[in-house]
Design a protein around this ligand. Structure first.
Ligand SMILES: *Cc1c(COP(=O)(O)O)cnc(C)c1O
Length: 326
């Protein structure tokens, strides 16, 4: 797909975004909706029970699929990952996969949001702290949908690329402490890295494993391009579904992907750096630790992957239509 087509996709999104203000005057859920204990509430009025162990001791996992132009994107992949995350943490979804999909679609339909990020949060639920290892309790599910948000805004920022640092004051929590392949609301290390990025005048923080290798950042995977090969860490990070899209794009484009240990050093000598996340897609990094990457320009592989990624959103095999009533 070419740059003109990508601009068309983004221009149509901006038009839909403009309509959001109008719908907010008539629909209380247009700015976001939550589903808690079977009830729908406007997102910013939603409350969780204080004694849920998800809140008290961070016993939780979640996943976050996107809705783009009225269709879920790769919803089954997100639900499969949520189920895998739950299994790792000995949590169980309190409803069936089919019911979950039905409720998610119903919730998004009620919001009227054509472009959204939906979250499904599974917590241990209400159980005594000393009973955390019990497996009889029914786990809690919380869901919400909010207008689609961007780790890096499309348009200007994604055209010029963002500035990143490799965090020096904090490392990513080791897999031996918290399993990074189960998506988690535990952001202690990621937030510290965001502080450091801000202190050092950058926007994005990339974390290491504390041993000189890259892992990931706050809700994004890290990919490097070197001599036409894409490198991305195989451990210490979430198996991102956006990154999975990159693997597929690389495959049909004849590019090699190497998912392996990626030394930090490579980031300082590679041709291109980009980040991947459901919240924003493919995000070029053109400055690292204050030094230009690829002469400060978004590189050709990043541009190609970005266009293909958004084109994928219109491929019927990845889409599930939301049936809006209006
Ligand atoms: C969600 C997330 C990602 C990106 O995963 P996607 O499936 O591409 O959205 C990467 N790292 C962390 C820590 C995340 O929470």
């Amino acid at each position: 797909m070419d740059a003109v087509a990508l601009n068309t996709i983004f221009r149509a999104y901006d038009d839909r975004l403009a309509e959001l203000d109008a719908s907010a005057s008539t629909n209380p859920y247009a700015r976001g909706i939550a589903w808690i204990a079977g009830e729908y509430v406007p997102l910013h009025e939603a409350r969780v029970p204080l004694v849920d162990q998800g809140f008290l001791h961070g016993y939780q996992t979640y996943d976050a699929p996107a809705v783009w132009d009225g269709q879920f994107f790769r919803l089954d992949d997100h639900i499969a990952r949520l189920e895998a995350s739950c299994a790792r943490l000995r949590l169980r979804l309190p409803i069936s996969r089919e019911e979950l999909k039905r409720l998610l679609a119903e919730m998004v339909a009620k919001s009227g949001l054509r472009d959204a990020l939906a979250e499904m949060i599974v917590t241990k639920g209400i159980v005594d702290t000393r009973q955390l290892a019990s497996d009889t309790v029914i786990n809690n599910l919380y869901m919400f949908a909010k207008p689609y948000s961007w780790v890096m805004r499309h348009g200007m920022q994604q055209t010029t690329g963002g500035s990143a640092i490799v965090a020096r004051t904090v490392r990513r929590v080791p897999p031996g402490a918290i399993d990074p392949t189960a998506k988690s609301l535990q952001w202690g290390d990621l937030v510290r890295a965001m502080f450091e990025a801000q202190d050092r005048g950058a926007t994005y923080a990339m974390l290491t494993d504390g041993d000189g290798n890259l892992t990931e950042g706050p809700a994004f995977n890290i990919l490097l391009v070197n001599d036409g090969v894409i490198y991305t860490p195989d451990r210490g990070c979430l198996k991102g579904i956006t990154r999975e899209c990159v693997f597929e794009i690389a495959k049909y484009s004849g590019l090699t992907v190497r998912c392996e240990v990626v030394p930090v050093d490579m980031a300082y000598h590679c041709d291109e750096i980009f980040l991947s996340s459901t919240a924003g897609g493919i995000m070029p990094i053109t400055s690292l630790d204050g030094q230009a990457v690829n002469g400060g320009e978004v590189g050709p592989v990043t541009k190609m992957v970005m266009s293909e990624y958004w084109a994928m959103h219109y491929d019927s095999k990845y889409r599930l239509e939301v049936k809006y009533t209006d």
